[in-house]
Design a protein around this ligand. Structure first.
Ligand SMILES: Cc1cc2nc3c(=O)[nH]c(=O)nc-3n(C[C@H](O)[C@H](O)[C@H](O)COP(=O)(O)O)c2cc1C
Ligand code: SF4
Length: 481
């Protein structure tokens, strides 16, 4: 039977566990920081000396930890890209924007176990020679920001933060920065611009890779809340032990936000790849299945920008055969292991690990219209394909959901969506707004065409849709009754 594996959320929901420092210390809090600060230089077999910081960075690499913010990029590799020779300060930013629709995992950590995040952040800062860090929190999370400020004060009072941490000579200051509430503030370079006090216009990469030209044009590490918590556990158990959790190349645990038409929506921590999408939806330990009498229609597996899966879809995945050789095996969507690689192989992604479940009561055109309206609203507007394309798609979907559609709208939507991504935009928002449209229309085209055709037929008969009628048409409608 698949079960949760609680590593990051070990204490978060335990009765009586509170977010204050005394409770955290009673549960072994800051012991891992003490361990990290006590590392001694190590002589390697080749005679070279590895500093304590390098040892932690090596351990994070060994752990195979992949970022939990969306892209699933190797944390160890990201840290290795940091320009340590520039002579400039190195900054670290904890990305607590959590703006991808469907995602609500980071806020659980912030609200229920904030000292764990702080400990992971301090260790990550120590490992990267960072002396100034920020936690960038979403504007709509005022309680989280308040709590984090309290937590910082508590840690400072106990000398886990500030000057000469625990008498080791290591200085670190961390500030909380509240965003003003925009999805694009979650994109790391937009976030950096916002932190600098400007509009959150993403920067073009290259040259503005944060590891080289980040905050104030200095080397900067941006990591997600959950990623930084994982660093604490890597130092606690060792990178090799952490790598034993989960599956190869998909190590550790992941906190999945499960929402939509399941009996038990919520957040569930699993060993990465050891639980399938179907188990997350149907097993009593997780979603508990659909509502009575309903059948599954679609699943968005990684936040609203991930490509949608249709119920019953099958994929060919590479698996090891009985003789150890690689074979292509057909896998039903529900049997996909919930990990980074399987979902990419199936043409989507685990993204921010937010699963949105839609049963047969869902109007798929309305669902996409809702998503498209969000992206049209959130585009920062710098790139024409994204700014105009997201709006055109939203407008087409608006008319399709307001009795004004056309049978050709399905093809029109795909034409626009196909012309936004692929290197035409500054940031990955271009992909994020196109993927839902491309996949929804590809997999449910008949519903889009049928809706548009029905609207055209009604209009051909002279029927006026009350929702979209002009004032004079409304008058006509009123007198017709
Ligand atoms: C449009 C957009 C929105 C994003 N929003 C978030 C977010 O809310 N939280 C987050 O951690 N990462 C978000 N990301 C990913 C970040 O740019 C960055 O990759 C991440 O914070 C790195 O942390 P990680 O390596 O620990 O995953 C977003 C990316 C894009 C393109
Ligand atoms: S892709 Fe969209 S959100 Fe990203 S920079 Fe361009 S306009 Fe802004």
């Amino acid at each position: 039977m698949p079960q949760q594996y609680k590593l990051v959320l070990k204490y978060a929901d335990q009765p009586g566990y509170t977010p204050d420092i005394e409770c955290y210390l009673r549960h072994g809090g800051y012991e891992v920081l003490k361990k990290a600060l006590a590392f001694q230089p190590k002589t390697l077999p080749d005679g070279k000396t590895q500093s304590p910081q390098e040892q932690i960075r090596q351990d994070v690499m060994t752990s195979g930890l992949r970022g939990r913010g969306g892209a699933g990029f190797s944390c160890g590799l990201k840290w290795s890209f940091v320009d340590r020779k520039s002579g400039k300060p190195i900054y670290l930013i904890c990305n607590a924007d959590e703006s991808e629709p469907g995602t609500f995992k980071d806020r659980q950590i912030i609200h229920k176990d904030p000292h764990q995040l702080l400990e992971g952040t301090i260790i990550s800062c120590f490992a990267n020679d960072v002396h100034l860090a920020y936690i960038y929190i979403r504007g709509e999370m005022p309680d989280g920001a308040k709590l984090l400020n309290k937590v910082l004060a508590e840690a400072r009072a106990k000398h886990f933060l500030g000057k000469n941490i625990l008498g080791t000579g290591y200085d670190l200051e961390i500030y909380i920065h509240r965003g003003a509430g925009a999805y694009i503030c979650g994109e790391e370079t937009g976030l950096i611009e916002s932190l600098e006090g400007k509009r959150p216009y993403p920067r073009i990469k290259p040259p503005y890779f944060p590891a080289v030209l980040g905050l104030w044009m200095c080397p900067t590490i941006v990591n997600n809340v959950e990623t930084l918590c994982d660093v604490k556990h890597i130092v606690a158990m060792g990178g090799a032990e952490f790598a034993k959790l989960g599956t190869p190349n998909n190590t550790g645990t992941r906190i999945v936000s499960l929402s939509g038409h399941v009996k038990r929506p919520g957040y569930y921590e699993i060993e990465t790849g050891k639980v399938t999408i179907g188990q997350l939806i149907n097993d009593p330990a997780f979603g508990g299945g659909l509502r009575p009498g309903r059948s599954l229609k679609a699943v968005i597996p990684g936040g609203s920008s991930a490509k949608v899966f249709k119920a019953g879809e099958k994929f060919k995945l590479k698996r090891k055969g009985p003789d150890g050789k690689e074979i292509l095996q057909e896998v039903d969507m529900l049997d996909l292991p919930y990990d980074f690689d399987s979902l990419i192989a199936a043409g989507s992604m685990s993204g921010s690990s937010a699963i949105i479940v839609m049963d047969d009561s869902t109007d798929i055109v309305t669902a996409l219209a809702n998503i498209a309206e969000f992206y049209a609203h959130e585009s920062c507007g710098q790139c024409t394909p994204c700014r105009e394309g997201s709006l055109w798609m939203s407008k087409a979907l608006h008319r399709l959901t307001h009795g004004e559609g056309r049978a050709s709208d399905a093809d029109y939507l795909v034409k626009i969506a196909d012309n936004i991504p692929g290197g035409r935009t500054i940031c990955a928002f271009g992909e994020a707004c196109s993927w839902p449209v491309q996949s929804f229309v590809a997999k449910f085209k008949d519903e889009f065409v049928a809706k548009g055709a029905a609207d055209e037929a009604r209009r051909a008969k002279g029927h006026i849709e009350p929702k979209t009628a002009t004032p004079s048409e409304r008058q006509k409608l009123a007198t017709a009754h």
